[in-house]
Design a protein around this ligand. Structure first.
Ligand SMILES: Cc1ncc(COP(=O)(O)O)c(C=O)c1O
Length: 397
């Protein structure tokens, strides 16, 4: 297909799709229910605006109900949650942590904030999560097992943790990845920042790993302005996470005693109030986003050179960000397509630059990253807000 034909075809389809939608059509806008006003006003009226307020606990309990995680600890953002998760799962300064190169930079930053070194691995071409088979091969080649745990033969550094990421909301293959962890004596951590409402088989993402991090940043399916949460089924880890994110303060009605170096990472009450209001809307948000994805699937079904990315088998994705994959021969048309879409008021963007292409992570140890390289040239994210779904406007928020 010639350059113009593909660009014109996708532009025509999306312009028609958003014929009646005011410009700009944003990539992902939050859906805030009117109840948020009441809850946030309650914080302001009562003065409970910081992290000691009761909405923080309510939000944690509501999240536990939604995800099925035994325990939840709400934090200031997802990066902080991931840093704490990695620390509690044993990452020490100088350790290598296996992460996908195809991720948002916060995954790698969280590793560095623990003093660790990202060890970058490749992903599956359609599922976009860490490729378990290729990871297994890679680890079989580079790990040696010592009484203190696995160590990289290449660098001599300990490798204790695999942190997987559920990319754009599509669950990684947790069964296969858990097997790899078992074989190589690694702890599994989940970066579930993008996957609230996504299920792997009958399990919510973020519940398989020893710990997981979720994000409620501005563009996430639920946004508390900024915010995050740790999920775990381990009571001891949850208690330690709660303590570590609360300046290590020993509970006491008036004394200020702190028993370890710790962080001030608790989510403030105002943000949690926003989260409580939106969580009530989550089932509707999820069904709207799935309906939108289904419309896109039909829209692109007969579009030459374009594949709409759908959820992996046996999974239910939240379709956080919808994505189209350009064919190999159309890859060089990506930038022109992005330019034309954005010029016409339809926000679209490429995937992130993979970690091994960023200056601060370019020298990290890595596996072969051919799939990551390929996907980064060919994927485009397209507008994904819940309110773009058919029928959304007819129901009141
Ligand atoms: C994959 C991934 N990990 C981590 C984060 C970090 O979350 P936050 O922005 O809340 O710190 C995000 C989102 O922003 C993300 O997409």
């Amino acid at each position: 297909m010639t350059e113009n034909r593909l660009v014109e075809d996708v532009l025509r389809r999306l312009s028609g799709f958003f014929r009646d939608t005011p410009r700009p059509v944003l990539l992902h806008a939050p859906s805030i229910p009117s109840s948020a006003w009441t809850l946030v006003k309650d914080c302001l009226d009562t003065g409970w605006i910081s992290s000691a307020g009761s909405y923080v606990t309510q939000f944690e309990n509501d999240l536990a109900t939604v995800t099925g995680a035994r325990r939840v600890v709400a934090t200031v953002n997802g990066t902080a949650a991931l840093q704490v998760a990695l620390t509690l799962c044993g990452v020490c300064p100088g350790d290598e942590v296996l992460i996908p190169s195809l991720t948002f930079v916060a995954t790698a930053n969280a590793v560095r904030h623990c003093g660790g070194i990202p060890h970058l691995v490749d992903v599956e071409p359609r599922r976009l999560g860490v490729d378990a088979d290729r990871l297994d091969d890679h680890l079989s080649g580079i790990l040696k097992h010592t009484p203190a745990g696995p160590v990289s033969r290449q660098t001599g550094r300990p490798v204790r943790v695999l942190c997987v990421m559920h990319c754009l909301g599509h669950p990684a293959d947790l069964d296969a990845l858990e097997d790899v962890c078992r074989r190589h004596h690694l702890v599994l951590v989940e970066d579930a920042a993008e996957s609230l409402g996504s299920w792997y088989k009958d399990e919510h993402t973020g519940c398989r790993g020893r710990m997981a991090a979720v994000s409620f940043n501005g563009n996430k399916i639920i946004s508390t302005g900024g915010g995050g949460a740790l999920l775990t089924n381990d009571d001891d880890l949850a208690d330690r996470a709660r303590h570590l994110t609360s300046t290590g303060k020993v509970p006491h009605p008036w004394e200020f005693i702190h028993d370890q170096v710790a962080w001030n990472y608790r989510m403030p009450n105002i943000n949690a109030a926003l989260g409580c209001a939106q969580l009530e809307l989550l089932p509707r948000l999820l069904s709207a986003k799935r309906a939108l994805a289904d419309r896109y699937r039909l829209l692109f079904a007969d579009c030459d050179g374009v594949t709409f990315l759908t959820e992996p088998p046996e999974c239910r994705s939240n379709y956080w960000l919808n994505a189209i994959l350009l064919s190999e021969s159309a890859a060089d048309q990506r930038d022109e397509l992005l330019r034309r879409l954005n010029e016409s008021g339809i926000q679209a963007r490429p995937l992130w630059h993979p970690m091994h292409r960023l200056p601060m992570y370019a020298d990290c140890p890595r596996a072969d990253l051919e799939v990551t390289e390929d996907l980064c040239r060919r994927i485009i994210n397209i507008p994904s807000s819940a309110h773009l779904a058919p029928d959304w406007k007819t129901e009141s928020v």
